[in-house]
Design a protein around this ligand. Structure first.
Ligand code: G
Ligand code: MN
Length: 446
């Protein structure tokens, strides 16, 4: 490779297989080394995942069975990755995956996707068993610039995760010995935190360019921990999901939201939507619907514009059951928003089959959209496609006026992002929306 490189601003390790295909480990190392050497400046870190699979059933496997199981694991793993990801096997049940240009949240989400992907039991020779996943992630260039070291760090983190239990992700620095202890501590503290009000809910207003006022808000959970300070949902939601707390957290959010609806009503603001993120793990439990039905009745939620946000991830796996449950949710008067749209695998067929009201276009499509025609084209295509199915579009993560203008040039969409409002307590939300005359009149019309 010559030295006059005009490499893109991201670490450019690209695999051309479809979807992700497993390559030789030596080749992966070489690709990674070349990419590190040729990198000019970064726009997002690159994540190196060290993934180990484990099952107590492994000890019972002989010859062919071993190969069959590895085949199954690889098929599943590659189906969860993107075409651009690079993946290689390092030993019997371990793999290295390289994901480019992704922020920490996105890396964490990918790790979660992998863990969720392997949460279904596996069958072999008429036996049913679970394969557990331990993941360590190191990231370039923040953590280390040397390829061997990056892989070693990821492996070390994976080992810590594996030692601490099953299906755990370790993304923090290894030199932080409190990491896993802290995760465990948070997991244990979660039930009490919910009871004593440490988990609070904030609201991020959404501005409609068409109505020229705020027409809704997304509800986001925050954990204000007395020792660790603010803990982000990306950290504690997975812990809640792992420890079976997710249903009660969602119930808690819905009850909070019903109180905020009452506050809005008192201010004469009607037709203002509040969107609650619903974890797929809660949605898919057998008690989900009865719990929801009870709450709608108890809190009179059918009077309000309640929305549920579900992630694309969930559609990917359980479509038949989901279509049914989503229809039932809608019959209760709740609208459905598809969150992080564009990052997953939603097909056009799913858009037409599912009773969706809104798609929320992921922030990654909006970042720098004014300077990237390909992103403008994508958004344009999404707007046109969703129109066919009578689905609304909310654009997430608008941070600058340029981005906002570029979005508006395509269509007068509803936008959510720091440019308009940050997540804030309900009283601040109400101050914000009542300061706009149109919002007041919306209330009066109703
Ligand atoms: O995946 P979901 O859409 O539920 O995530 C919403 C998250 O995005 C929240 O944690 C919120 O704080 C964050 N967020 C909202 N608007 C912006 C924005 O304009 N920029 C960035 N970087 N994050 C945002
Ligand atoms: Mn959301």
């Amino acid at each position: 490779m010559n030295n006059n490189h005009h490499t893109p601003s991201v670490l450019h390790v690209v695999n051309c297989g479809t979807p992700a295909s497993i390559i030789n480990y030596e080749t992966l190392l070489q690709m990674l080394e070349d990419a590190c050497a040729n990198r000019e400046q970064q726009s997002g870190p690159c994540g190196i995942f060290y993934i180990n699979f484990y099952s107590s059933y492994l000890d019972m496997l002989y010859g062919e069975d071993d190969i069959i199981l590895i085949g199954k694991i690889e098929k599943k793993l590659t189906s969860l990755l993107l075409k651009k990801d690079v993946v290689a096997r390092t030993d019997a049940y371990s793999y290295v995956v390289v994901r480019n240009d992704a922020d920490m949240d996105a890396l964490y989400r990918l790790a979660e996707r992998i863990i969720q992907g392997f949460s279904e039991p596996c069958t072999l020779n008429g036996q049913l068993f679970y394969v557990y996943v331990s993941i360590g992630i190191s990231y370039y260039p923040d953590e280390e610039e040397d390829v061997d070291m990056l892989i070693q760090i990821a492996e070390k983190k994976m080992r810590i995760a594996k030692k601490n239990g099953r299906n755990l992700i370790n993304i923090l620095h290894t030199d932080n010995p409190l990491l896993s202890r802290r995760q465990m501590e948070l997991k244990k503290a979660l039930p009490a935190a919910m009871e004593n009000g440490q988990i609070a809910f904030v609201y991020q207003a959404q501005y409609s360019h068409k109505a020229q006022c705020f027409t809704g808000a997304e509800v986001l959970a925050r954990w204000r921990h007395p020792v660790y300070g603010e803990i982000l949902p990306s950290v504690f939601i997975p812990l809640a999901e792992q420890s079976g707390m997710i249903a009660s957290l969602s119930v808690h959010a819905i009850i909070e939201v019903s109180k905020t609806f009452q506050l809005l009503e008192a201010e004469n603001i009607g037709n203002f939507s509040l969107s609650v993120n619903i974890s797929p793990l809660f949605l898919l439990t057998s008690h989900f619907y009865t719990t929801l039905e009870f709450m709608v009745e108890e809190y009179g939620l059918d009077r309000y514009t309640l929305h549920f946000e579900i992630t694309e991830e969930v559609l990917f796996k359980h479509t038949d059951y989901l279509v049914e449950i989503l229809h039932k949710i809608k019959q209760l008067g709740i609208k459905i928003e598809l969150d992080d749209f564009g990052t997953g695998y939603t097909s056009v067929k799913q858009l037409s089959d599912l009773p969706l009201d809104t798609v929320k276009v992921d922030r990654s499509f909006i970042q720098n959209i004014h300077a990237e025609p390909s992103k403008q084209n994508l958004l344009q295509a999404i707007v046109e496609m969703t129109k066919v199915f009578d689905i609304d579009v909310i654009v997430e993560g608008v941070e600058s006026k340029d981005e906002d203008q570029a979005v508006q040039n395509i269509s007068p969409l509803t936008v959510q992002g720091y440019l308009y409002a940050k997540p804030e307590p309900s009283d601040a939300l109400i101050d914000r929306i009542t300061s706009i005359p149109q919002n007041k009149s919306i209330g009066k019309i109703l």
